[in-house]
Design a protein around this ligand. Sequence first.
Ligand code: PEP
Ligand code: MN
Length: 276
Amino acid sequence: MKQLPEFIKGLVAEGKLKHTVDENLSVDWPWTKIAGPCSVEGGPGDACNIVDIAKEMKRLGANAFRAGAYKPCTYPVTETKTNGWKEGLREEGLQLLKLVKEETGLPIVTEIMHDKQLTDETLDIVDVVQVGTRNAQNYDLLDALGHIEKPILLKRGLYGQLEDMLGAAERIMAGGNTRVAICPRGVGGGPSYRHVFGSIWSPDLMVIPALNEVTNMPVIYDPSHATGYRNFVPAISKAALAAGAHGLIIECHPDPENSISDPDQAIDYNTLSTIF
Ligand code: PEP
Ligand code: MN
């Protein structure tokens, strides 16, 4: 039995924390090596073909594929600047992910931004629903995710405290869906490396043993968004696993500097193979 810290015990006593701290919670979570580009950029015939990337991810050892079809960006992105890409290829991107699944058999991990997007057609394509950091407090979405039969990769909110992470996971689990992994992905607002490396994020490694101490949820760490800088991704991947993470989700691209989104943090195929 885990020794729960006093403040957690208090929340349990008040009935606010129930599922995530349940010692019997045992989550079947095979998606431990998730890799792929930040965004779905194109398909067969396009310069950056998502199917080719996915085949390479599989060859390098990934057991799930990531890529965003819906991409909330900090600033609105205009189509003219990005050659038709406007914060994700959206429904077209989902169809390309369907093709990836057919061609590679890899399970698809991708972000859903809104409860209205949880249609049967979408859930046929998506194997693990990613909740983005900007949506970690989208309570309508979290409540809706409690009622679907897909596992959830729940990112840490931009400024999420441990309580916020547990509360968000509790919301999903309260609906009956207990297949939730928590995904710390760095924090903003604390000490950042903006002036030296251009990154506004800092890795949040301490939260890994903290989560392991109070929950039985799998912890899948995201070293790409946590660093915002590709040179640091291998070291922080190792650090996260050493700290007790159960798996990693990593951004990887055939031409990292020219990724349509998050170009500073994507790693190349070689680096991914070294990490895996
Ligand atoms: C992503 O995974 O590409 C992403 C947008 O992550 P986050 O929500 O953590 O910023
Ligand atoms: Mn990204």
